[in-house]
Design a protein around this ligand. Structure first.
Ligand SMILES: NC(=O)c1ccc[n+]([C@@H]2O[C@H](COP(=O)([O-])OP(=O)(O)OC[C@H]3O[C@@H](n4cnc5c(N)ncnc54)[C@H](O)[C@@H]3O)[C@@H](O)[C@H]2O)c1
Length: 312
């Protein structure tokens, strides 16, 4: 059976990848639980090694016999990266270089890199096309762009096949609403279910291209398993929803009486974000879940979680 390593596999997206990959592969996860949780892997056939991508000896040991690497471990928060740019470079650039170098040395066939729509920054043009000039506005976005370039370099030098997706706004079950830098969908759902106010940073007119994590994980596996596919592609639905509309939709779906409040805009936040999905679709990828069904099923999973007794 093919052996696959997911760095950051105890996280939100990584755990969904592990869930999908477990049926056809032996799945290893390397995660230091910086933001991830062991319980995200509950019921999933994956072996979790608790440790950091900054530990090269551990990486070398873990990569023995691995054919595919999905590299998701990262500092994931734009505001955290603004406050700690050096920490962000250490984890997102030096950490990636460790994974690339050790993967090449171990004879890994292909590496997937989780990049981000944040690399487009405030370039006002929408949709965002892969060939557009990146204008990263935060240390987080700069490190993701660096990561893309290093992946390309390793592929160009014949050291390792690589492919990257620029994730737009991913949502779905297991996304943490409690972290200091939580994303809008889980926070809005938790607040709507509790009947508490939903807080929007800025006027709410900023737009995002939300993609359900089942479709996103399927896209990651699709680009890895497509022979000869390399480079960088967008991963979104190509939709454009204002954050205000998102809040209203979630309140309506939850049948909630929550109010919407506004707070000052956050540093580094971009105004508009929508993917041109032509390149990914041209590879034969078709999303199966979609926005409306994805929001409804995600809300159901948050409801079930709220009803269940608290877990450690
Ligand atoms: N969620 C989104 O909308 C989104 C959008 C764009 C890009 N991404 C990228 O997708 C990837 C996964 O994001 P996520 O939303 O699942 O976040 P997450 O925080 O749930 O997952 C990241 C995982 O990496 C782990 N990690 C952090 N530092 C580590 C280290 N030194 N060694 C090993 N593991 C470490 C964390 O513990 C966590 O489990 C990240 O690279 C992120 O930048 C996410």
């Amino acid at each position: 059976m093919k052996k696959i390593l997911i760095t950051g596999g105890c996280g939100f997206i990584g755990s969904h990848l592990a869930e999908k990959l477990q049926h056809d592969a032996e799945v290893l996860v390397l995660d230091n639980l910086r933001t991830g949780r062991l319980r995200n892997l509950d019921g999933i056939r994956a072996r979790c090694i608790r440790g950091s991508i900054l530990d090269r000896a551990l990486l070398r040991e873990t990569l023995r016999g691995v054919r595919h690497v999905y590299h998701l471990a990262a500092m994931i928060s734009v505001p955290e990266s603004v406050g700690d740019p050096r920490g962000c470079v250490e984890l997102n650039v030096n950490g990636l270089l460790n994974v690339l170098e050790e993967s090449a040395a171990a004879g890994v066939e292909k590496l997937f890199f989780a990049s981000s729509a944040a690399i487009y920054g405030d370039n006002p043009a929408v949709p965002k096309v892969e060939t557009m000039l990146p204008e990263p506005r935060s240390p987080y976005a700069i490190t993701k762009l660096d990561g893309e370039y290093y992946c390309r370099q390793f592929a160009a030098d014949g050291r390792l096949d690589t492919v990257a997706l620029r994730f737009f706004n991913v949502f779905g079950p297991r996304q943490d609403p409690k972290s200091a830098y939580a994303a809008a969908v889980p926070v809005f759902m938790q607040k709507a279910l509790a009947g508490e106010p939903l807080v929007i940073y800025g006027d709410g007119g900023q737009t995002r291209d939300f993609i359900h994590v089942h479709d996103l994980a399927a896209a990651c596996i699709h680009v890895m398993n497509t022979p000869g596919l390399t480079g960088v592609l967008n991963a979104g639905y190509g939709g454009q929803l204002t954050v205000l509309d998102l809040a209203r939709r979630i309140i309506a779906l939850a049948g909630s009486r929550s109010e919407i409040h506004h707070a000052p805009p956050r540093p580094g936040d971009v105004r508009h974000s929508r993917a041109d999905t032509g390149a990914l679709r041209a590879t034969g990828f078709v999303p199966q879940t979609g926005l409306a069904a994805g929001l409804a099923s995600t809300l159901d999973s948050f409801k079930a979680q709220t009803a269940a007794p608290a877990q450690p």
